[in-house]
Design a protein around this ligand. Structure first.
Ligand code: PRP
Ligand code: URA
Length: 208
């Protein structure tokens, strides 16, 4: 069974509260998503494996360490895009894949419209990013695609998760750990997270 890491660092909790506020304007919302993803990215990469790496300092040779496996960050479009820059800032060598999915408003089922992943994704540690894990349908489908391309080491980073989404992910992908900033109470009848923050994509891109 995969682990769920709730990253309740005070700065993350503080920023998520601002993100939830319905009066937070688009510009500030976007900045907050970036700042939260940066803080979460630092925590979510804490257990990456290292290998020895010889380095010559101005004084002497020594054996240091480097990240063992290259990284790919895969945002689920659209809202996941808001978290990419943060990961690229802390792991500039990462490659970026994109998976386009939207939830059908009637059925809440994910509909795929785009998938472009690094050719060597099977050799990379993959960090899937999406601010919201609601029913889990989008994340499960995105990770299905990534696994079809041979990737084995995958983790999911979301800002707010619902218990229903966590359960769905753990059933479908028990090998994928989930890193979230908050684990909320439930979904409502329209499958929105309660208390949540509303529609993350709309608030990020001003399409309300
Ligand atoms: C939102 C969110 C997730 C999905 C979560 O995207 O960014 O991708 O819903 O819901 P689920 O866990 O029930 O699948 P949305 O479908 O609104 O698309 P958008 O990012 O283009 O706005
Ligand atoms: N997608 C969102 O953007 N918000 C929710 O609460 C659920 C799905």
């Amino acid at each position: 069974m995969s682990k769920v890491h709730v990253m309740d660092h005070p700065l993350i909790v503080h920023k998520i509260t601002k993100l939830r506020d319905k009066d937070t304007p688009v510009k500030e919302f976007r900045e907050l998503v970036n700042e939260i993803a940066l803080l979460m990215g630092y925590e979510a990469t804490r257990d990456l494996k290292l290998v020895d790496k010889e380095v010559e300092t101005p004084i002497t040779k020594m054996v240091g360490k480097e990240i063992a496996k290259p990284i790919a960050v895969v945002p689920i479009l659209r809202a996941g895009l808001g978290m990419v820059d943060a990961i690229m800032n802390i792991v500039p060598s990462a490659k970026v894949g994109h998976i386009g999915l939207y939830r059908d408003h009637e059925t809440a089922q994910p509909v795929e419209y785009y998938c472009k992943l690094p050719v060597d994704v099977d050799k990379r540690e993959v960090i899937v990013v999406d601010p919201m894990l609601a029913t889990g349908g989008s994340s499960v489908a995105a990770i299905d695609f990534i696994k079809q391309r041979g990737a084995k080491d995958i983790r999911l980073m979301c800002i707010i998760a619902a218990p229903e989404g966590v359960e769905c992910m753990q059933k479908a992908h028990p090998d994928v750990d989930i890193y979230c900033g908050a684990l909320d109470e439930k979904l409502n009848e329209a499958k929105y997270i309660v208390p949540g923050l509303g529609d993350a994509g709309d608030r990020l891109f001003g399409t309300l």
